[in-house]
Structure formats: C-alpha cells, structure tokens
Write a protein that binds this ligand. Structure first.
Ligand code: PPS
Length: 294
C-alpha cells in the first residue's frame, strides 16, 4: 500500500445464503447446517429478536439495509456464517450491491441456495403461520406481519378470506404490504438472481424432494457447499395445532390457480434455459397440483 493510502477494512460477509422461499422448509435446512455442518449462526445483538440467529433480515428491512455492509458483516464471525433469511428471495439487487460494496471477490464466492414449494401450499403454510402466531403469541410480540391475518374485528380470517383479502391484492401490487404473498412468484424473483449472479453460484432445490427424498436433497447441498454434513433433516417450524388448515378449499384453489399456473410455467422455462450447477436436479420437478379440502 502507498504511503498515505487509507486502510479499508473489508466487511466480512457470510459466503452461504439460504434466500427462501419463505415457508418452504428453510428452518429445517438451516438447523441442519448449523447443528451438523460446522456453519455458524448469525450473532444476535441487544434488542434484536432471537430468530435473528437464523435470519438476519438485513436485505428486506430498509432501516437495517441502510446501515451498510459493515453492519451486516458484524453479524457473522467469519465466512462460515450462514444467513437463512427467507425474505431475501425478493432482494437480489440489494444482495448483489452489498456484496460488491463489501469488497474482495465475495460477490463471486457467495453460494446461494433457494428451495421452492408449490406456491398455493406455500401460501397456506404462510396463513397457518400467521394464524398460529395470532392465537399463541402475546399481544406485545405480534407485529403487523402477523396481524395481516386478522379481520376488522380482530378475528382470525378463514383461509378463503385471507386469499381474497390479502393474497390476491398482495400478488397484484409491488408495494410493501402483501410482500409475503409475492414469494410464490418464483420466476420473477429468480430471473433477477440469474441476471446478477453466475448461475453456478445458485442451487435451486425442490420442497417436494425435501418431503419425499430428504437424503437426496442433503447430498445436493453437501456437493454444492463442498463439505460433508452428517445428520438428518428434522421437521421444523410446522406450527402444528388443532386449527391448522391442511388443505385449501376449492374456492381458494380456484382463486389462486390461474395466477400461479402461468407463473409456474415461466419458472420451468426459466430453469430449463438457465442450467444450474451440476448437482442441481434437472429437469426441475414440476409442482404437484394441490388437492382441495372441504
Ligand atoms: N423436514 C421437513 N420436511 C418437510 N417439510 C418440512 C420439514 N421441516 C419443515 N417443513 C415444513 O416447512 C414449512 C416451514 O417452512 P420454513 O421453515 O421455511 O418457514 S419460515 O419461512 O422460516 O417461517 C412448514 O410447512 P407447513 O407445515 O405446511 O406449514 C413445515 O411443516
């Protein structure tokens, strides 16, 4: 370094990101990586909720993102950290800009994983999560995110009403509210990731494989990350309770199917046109059509 040149401290970013999709098994995968893979959880600072030890919510929360790469890097003890914030799926550009600004060749080194679930059942899982929290969390711990599921009288909506009043408006806008429903528009999000990062840096996984053949999914992840990881994928974050809605009604299905069917077709085409790293499943397993309950 020349005399007089300022010393620039590089923000040390996590080199593994599990970017979503929300409600597609990200907690189970993250727990396995942290418990058996030798990856470290993000540091949680005073005043931050405990779930930040899995998901840092840096890219999706404006006032955190504004604090810059150093703020993010401080949450990790080194490059072995993993951030498994499922909301990151919708923030490809922010991730790209932040890793570029952080310096070194971290933008080229970061490995990005995403797991995709049939979007109507993903939406149902979101509903069940919100409804579960509104039933069981103390009022002081609930946020507007959970309260999306409440009607004007403060009662928990049915899934049909949630679809009509929250999911459909959310899918039709780009504003902040309703963002949770837009996770299911996979092609639109992945298209951005594929434009900004080398495709070999992104592993696309299938929730159906997690359900039917978790060992195979684990092997893909191990090959992608270049390390052997023992242990099994456990079930996590299933919010089981008596009120859990297991299947969408015919009405809810009919409302969502048109939107997601065409989006899913775009996804299959996008994945076909952009082959991933060698361990990725190819062709991607088309989502099974959800069956209707009562
Ligand atoms: N091992 C395993 N196999 C299959 N399915 C599993 C597994 N672990 C979690 N799950 C189901 O994934 C849903 C929770 O997803 P996430 O952990 O990504 O949720 S979150 O976004 O972090 O809130 C949630 O789905 P639903 O039960 O449909 O709500 C979990 O039950």
């Amino acid at each position: 370094m020349n005399e007089g040149e300022a010393t620039v401290t590089m923000a040390q970013m996590p080199l593994v990101l599990l970017i979503g999709a929300q409600k597609a098994g990200t907690s189970a995968i993250a727990d396995w990586l942290f418990d058996h893979g030798g990856f470290s959880r993000p540091n949680v600072f005073d005043g931050e909720p405990s779930f930040y030890s899995k998901e840092v919510h840096f890219f999706d929360i404006d006032h955190r993102y504004c604090k810059g790469p150093m703020f993010y890097g401080e949450r990790f003890d080194g490059c072995d950290g993993v951030d498994a914030t499922p909301d990151t799926l919708q923030f490809a550009e922010r991730v790209h800009n932040c890793y570029k600004a952080a310096g070194g060749n971290q933008m080229r080194l970061v490995k990005i994983m995403v797991i995709l679930r049939e979007p109507i059942l993903r939406e149902l899982s979101l509903y069940n999560h919100l409804a579960h929290d509104c039933r069981f969390l103390p009022l002081s711990e609930r946020t507007s995110w959970q309260e999306q599921v409440l009607d004007d009288d403060g009662d928990i909506m049915s899934f049909d009403d949630f679809v009509a009043q929250v999911s459909l408006p959310g899918l039709a806008t780009k504003s902040d509210s309703g963002r949770s429903s837009r996770h299911g528009l996979y092609a639109a999000h992945l298209n951005q990731w594929f434009e900004l990062f080398d495709r070999s840096q992104i592993l696309v996984l299938s929730y159906q494989e997690l359900q039917e053949n978790p060992r195979s999914l684990q092997q893909r992840i191990q090959k992608f990350l270049g390390r052997e990881i023992p242990g099994e994928l456990k079930r996590a974050n299933s919010n089981d309770h008596d009120h859990k809605v297991r299947l969408p009604s015919k009405k809810a299905l009919a409302l969502l199917v048109d939107i997601f069917e065409s989006e899913n077709e775009k996804l299959y085409g996008l994945l076909e046109a952009n082959p991933g790293p060698s361990m990725e499943q190819r062709p991607f397993l088309r989502f099974s059509k959800p069956i209707a309950g009562e």
